[in-house]
Design a protein around this ligand. Sequence first.
Ligand code: ATP
Ligand code: MG
Length: 265
Amino acid sequence: MDRVYGSGSAATNALDDVDLTVPPGRFVSLIGPSGCGKSTLLRIVAGLERPDRGEVRVHGVPPAQACAAKMIGLVPQSPALLPWLSVLRNVTLPQKINKGSAGRRERIAGSGQRQAAPSAPDMRDLLVKAGLGEAMDKLPAQISGGMRQRAAIVRAFGLRPDVLVMDEPFSALDEFTRESLQDQLLDLWDELKTTVLFVTHSVSEAVRLSDTVVVMAPGPGRIVDVIDVDLPRPRGDRLFGERRFHEYEDLVRDRLRRAWHGEAA
Ligand SMILES: Nc1ncnc2c1ncn2[C@@H]1O[C@H](COP(=O)(O)OP(=O)(O)OP(=O)(O)O)[C@@H](O)[C@H]1O
Ligand SMILES: [Mg+2]
């Protein structure tokens, strides 16, 4: 798949010959220097833009169709919650809007490309699991940035998307909030069996969370390495003391360094 912005001498090859298969239920991270096309790839998967060459399939259907059937949940870098609605009403809003599209999703399921849609989870329960039990009835302006970020994740999970697409969701958070959100994300992922495509600049975050780390390089934007992380789960705090975890970190960091130098060359 290719994606080119602009034309002629001003053209940017945001994605060049990118070919990636993500098996259902896997947690895949994209990591790479700024401008290597991570967000572009996510936007294409989420159906927000189209490749100039090649195609993308989400459980067998084009992203726009998967999106219309609410099979894809997007967590953008800065969460857009409606300021006049409580946290609870914000996270349940997509489900209310979605009621009419459930049939469509079943039809896609009926074509044999995916399993039957699971029932909507109890959003209150998800909010409590995400540490937002006390914040449920507050307005977005009354809670912290980290809480808003968690609310956006719960909202995306609430539709039980087959594919959850997250663009640097934890980048603006302190280390401990970030670790706690990673834990909550892994718990939700484990429970809902969603496929996750996750963009991060943090090597340790990528290694801790992922089944697979995809390393990308810019100029043109491309995939340079696909590293399977063969570490047991659950990956709690003890992981940070384990030698193999640090070996994976070193491996990803080494590939990233090469990607970065490739850019400078
Ligand atoms: N709408 C656009 N118009 C023109 N060029 C764009 C557009 N969106 C992205 N680009 C270019 O495409 C390339 C890839 O951008 P993209 O946002 O996907 O990078 P990224 O890997 O997400 O970077 P970062 O880590 O900084 O978020 C960059 O060179 C960027 O300038
Ligand atoms: Mg980006």
